[in-house]
Design a binder for this molecule. Structure first.
Ligand code: NAP
Length: 489
């Protein structure tokens, strides 16, 4: 039989129409696989950019780098563009590549079961599907972390998580409390401070803030990008190099010159921008920069010093009908409470029920914590691949660059199935546990373990992220080591 004849026609189900799901659809089509569908539980594509629509939302990865390599955009308004523009970019790319027509909106997959060599898929609405390959592109920071603050339900104003922003709610002239000082809380405070009567930022832990100006691109610059796409390519290469060498290498080596540079820049920002010594000390973290995900802002310190802003560092005792009571006994009267309290980073594609070849549920497989070989494949889940899965590079990177590299790797596994070299392929248990052991060992000497609480840390306090250089990630993603896979032909 010729190679051609041996090839199987595959049906692929993609879960999620965010950045990674759209990427998968576009790349599958380029590779000649046309029998695929994207299931999306919401009524709109865009993933994190659809869900996060709070005032001030922007991406702190440069816009020309935070986009697909095959779909540059000369029209970005700013070096770091606002969320709505990024959402529009994904909608535009989906239209251009025709994948918007391949999305089943409002269809939440509740169950995937591997039966007789194929994945049986069930949706909340009760429809059924089958696939040879499943690509889970369900996002990392997706499940809001709702804090257990006594009395939260008694609040008489509006209260919501930052990823569930009530867009119709008028904010002008209101008293707004923001709980949480991560990237989200900081962006919200800067966006609201000139609009509201008062914004009170409830800080449990101070954050290091790296200053980063955000200039707009002029019309002439945009015209030049349009006429000379190589200029965009040059910016992308520079940004990729900067993130790989300057950031990825810094966070895995707390003694590196790069990390010292980041620390010094954060310290200088604090010292030089915050004039009131008492406020400055309350804003000064007691752990090293980049231990938590670094916050990047052009103006947070300016914003928090404005007369309409207040930094509250007394611990929250409870929420009362009219506001937040702190431990010092003070009642902070509020009209709105925003929970900028982050996400449950360990959930991934759950609560979807995923049943393995041997009949185990993913919840059992991940009973202790999520793990996956190279964050892509789980033993006993054949032909099921994840984009931005557990323990991959996260944080201050372009998740788009990461997803593209991961997809290139996944496509090579899909080709093994397509060419009938393997009917079923998944990482071996041995390779997965070796990978995890090596990863955990390496993670112990990263900046993330130097004494702070963060969403990077798992239940043991081990960072659930890629602990090696970005070059190593690129190298690993260039081709699968098939010795690490169980292949049933
Ligand atoms: P986050 O970084 O996890 O921060 C959550 C904040 O809520 C922390 O300050 C945390 O305090 C606080 N918090 C949680 N529970 C609390 C409680 N019970 N009482 C008081 N405070 C509480 O979440 P995020 O700011 O939403 O950001 C999540 C990630 O999204 C970021 O790390 C980043 O990767 C991504 N993001 C990126 C951008 C961007 O521009 N690219 C923008 C926004 C978000 P502790 O520090 O004390 O735990």
């Amino acid at each position: 039989m010729s190679e051609e004849n041996a090839a199987r026609d595959l049906r692929v189900v993609i879960i999620g129409a965010g950045m990674a799901g759209l990427l998968s659809a576009i790349e599958l089509r380029k590779a000649g696989i046309t029998d695929y569908v994207i299931y999306e539980k919401a009524d709109r594509l865009g993933g994190t950019w659809r869900e996060n629509r709070y005032p001030g939302i922007a991406c702190d990865v440069p816009s020309h780098f935070y986009c697909y390599s095959f779909a540059p955009n000369p029209d970005w308004s700013h070096q770091f563009s606002p969320g709505a523009e990024i959402q529009a970019y994904f909608e535009n790319v989906a239209r251009t590549y025709g994948v918007d027509r391949e999305i089943r909106f409002g269809e939440e997959i509740t169950r995937c079961e591997f039966v007789d060599g194929r994945w049986r898929i069930t949706t909340k609405g009760g429809s059924e599907d089958e696939a040879d390959v499943v690509i889970a592109a369900t996002g990392v920071l997706h499940h809001p972390n709702i804090p257990e603050i006594p009395g939260l339900e008694t609040f008489e104003g509006s209260s919501f998580h930052s990823a569930r922003w009530e867009e119709a709610l008028p904010l002008d002239g209101k008293r707004v409390g923001v709980i949480g000082t991560g990237s989200t809380g900081v962006q919200i405070v800067s966006a609201l401070v000139d609009r509201v009567a008062k914004v009170s930022l409830f800080q449990r832990t101070a954050q290091w803030v790296l200053r980063q100006e955000n200039p707009a691109f002029s019309d002439a610059e945009k015209a030049a990008f349009r006429a000379h796409p190589e200029q965009i390519e040059a910016i992308r290469e520079e940004a990729s190099e900067m993130f790989a060498q300057g950031f990825a290498n810094a966070v895995i080596d707390p003694d590196s010159e790069q990390l010292r540079g980041i620390e010094e820049a954060c310290r200088q920002n604090l010292e030089e921008t915050v004039t009131d010594p008492e406020l400055r000390e309350r804003l000064r973290p007691d752990y090293r920069a980049a231990c938590k995900r670094l916050v990047i802002s052009p103006d947070f310190y300016e914003s928090i010093q404005k007369p309409t802003a207040e930094l509250v560092t007394d611990e929250i005792e409870r929420v009362e009908p009219s506001g937040i009571r702190t431990r010092d006994g003070r009642l902070h009267e509020l009209d709105v409470i925003v929970l900028a309290t982050g996400f449950r980073a360990d959930r991934f594609m759950r609560p979807m029920e995923i049943i393995s070849r041997s009949g185990k549920r993913l919840d059992e497989i991940w009973a202790q914590r999520p793990s996956a070989y190279l964050s892509i494949s789980v033993p006993d889940l054949p032909n099921f691949f994840m984009l931005n899965g557990p323990n991959g590079p996260v944080g201050n990177f372009s998740l788009i660059e990461i997803a593209e590299l991961q997809f290139g790797y996944i496509m090579q596994l899909v080709d093994m199935i397509r060419s009938a070299k393997c009917r079923e392929i998944s990482a071996s248990a041995a390779a997965t546990s070796n990978f995890d052991a090596e990863r955990v060992e390496a993670a112990k000497s990263t900046i993330w373990t130097t004494g702070c609480r963060s969403w990077y840390l798992d239940d043991r306090g081990i960072p659930a992220t890629w602990p090696w250089t970005f070059d190593r990630f690129r190298e690993e993603m260039s081709a699968p080591d098939l010795d690490d896979y169980d292949c049933i032909d």
